[in-house]
Design a protein. Structure first.
Length: 181
C-alpha cells in the first residue's frame, strides 16, 4: 500500500490532468502519476521531459533500457524493473538475461557495448563522485557526447525515480506484470 493515497483523476487540477494524459500516452504509469499529481509541476515536468526525450530518440532503446533495468535492480526497485524489463525483452534480451543483470561477466546476451552501458550504469548509480575517466571514455566507442550526457541523465533520473517509488511504496499497476528487482 502506498504511503500517500493516489489522487483520483477528477481531483487533479487541469495542469495535472493534462500531464497525466501525456504520461499515460508514454506508458502505463497511472499509479506514479496519481501520486505525483498531488504536485502538478512535478507531474508536468516529468511528463514533458520524458516525452521529449523519447521523441528525440537520441539513445538506442537497448542502451536506455539496459541502463534503467540495471539501476533499478541495483536499487531493488520492483516498480521500475517491472516497467522496464519488458522493454528490454523487446530489444532481444530473454527474461533469463534480464534476471542476470547487472552481472556482465560471462553474460551470453550482452555484447561489448551492452557491457559498457551496464558497467557505466553501476558506476553512476553507486559511485558517481569516484568514477574513473576511463569509465566515461569507454563509452565513446559507441556513443557521442550528447548520447553520453543523456545516458548519464537517464541513469541519475532512474535512481531518483527508484527512491521516490520505494519511499512512497508505489504499487505496480494491475496491467503490468510484477518483476522482482
Amino acid at each position: 500500500m502506498t504511503r500517500i493515497p493516489p489522487l483520483p483523476y477528477d481531483q487533479m487540477d487541469e495542469v495535472a490532468q493534462k500531464a497525466f494524459d501525456t504520461l499515460e500516452a508514454y506508458g502505463s504509469f497511472a499509479n506514479w502519476s496519481r501520486i505525483a499529481g498531488r504536485r502538478a509541476p512535478i507531474l508536468r515536468h516529468v511528463a514533458e521531459m520524458l516525452t521529449e526525450l523519447r521523441d528525440d530518440d537520441v539513445l538506442p532503446r537497448r542502451a536506455l533500457e539496459l541502463a534503467m533495468v540495471t539501476v533499478s535492480k541495483l536499487n531493488a526497485c520492483t516498480y521500475c524493473v517491472s516497467h522496464h524489463a519488458p522493454h528490454l525483452q523487446v530489444t532481444g534480451m530473454s527474461p533469463e538475461g534480464v534476471d542476470r543483470l547487472p552481472e556482465v561477466e560471462n553474460h551470453p546476451e550482452l555484447d561489448d557495448c551492452d557491457k559498457a552501458v551496464v558497467r557505466y550504469s553501476e558506476a553512476v548509480n553507486n559511485r558517481a563522485g569516484r568514477m574513473r575517466d576511463a569509465e566515461v571514455s569507454d563509452l565513446r566507442q559507441w556513443f557521442d557526447e550528447a548520447q553520453i550526457v543523456e545516458l548519464t541523465w537517464r541513469i541519475a533520473l532512474c535512481g531518483a525515480f527508484n527512491r521516490f517509488n520505494d519511499a512512497l511504496q508505489l504499487n505496480v499497476e494491475d496491467e503490468v506484470d510484477e518483476v522482482q528487482a
